[in-house]
Ligand binder design. Structure first.
Ligand code: 5GP
Ligand code: ZN
Length: 113
């Protein structure tokens, strides 16, 4: 169906995967915007934040738990980090399979660009 992240989940497209379980994978962003830039994605294809259903609540919580573990493993948990989920064109969403960006390892600016 032409979803690049489903292709990564199915191992048809390579990625530097740092976490995988029954429900999610996490891999390094191909075009990192910070020293740490990791994406956490559900194995279930969900196109945008607006397509998250009540039945996905546990899955979304799990994505945040995995993100927390990654920030601890990478040593940025206490320093600080940013989680971003873009939704639809004006946000800059380019891949329509939801993903939690973990950004860290440098000072994050506010407001974001
Ligand atoms: P979005 O703009 O949709 O929130 O973010 C999509 C992110 O996915 C971007 O940061 C982009 O660099 C990353 N990305 C797009 N295609 C690939 C890919 O094939 N492999 C990896 N590892 N990251 C990708
Ligand atoms: Zn997908």
């Amino acid at each position: 169906m032409g979803c690049i992240f489903c292709e990564i989940i199915n191992k048809r497209v390579p990625a530097k995967i740092i976490h995988e379980d029954e429900f999610v994978i996490a891999f390094e962003d191909i075009n990192p915007q910070a020293p740490v830039h990791t994406l956490v994605i559900p194995k279930k294809h969900i196109s945008t934040n607006l397509d998250i259903k009540r039945e996905d609540n546990g899955l979304l919580g799990h994505m945040f738990q995995v993100a927390n573990k990654i920030t601890k493993d990478k040593g940025i948990a206490e320093r600080g980090f940013r989680l971003v989920m873009n939704c639809n064109p004006e946000s800059g969403q380019a891949v329509f399979h939801i993903h939690l960006h973990i950004l860290g390892g440098r000072h994050m600016h506010w407001p974001p660009g």
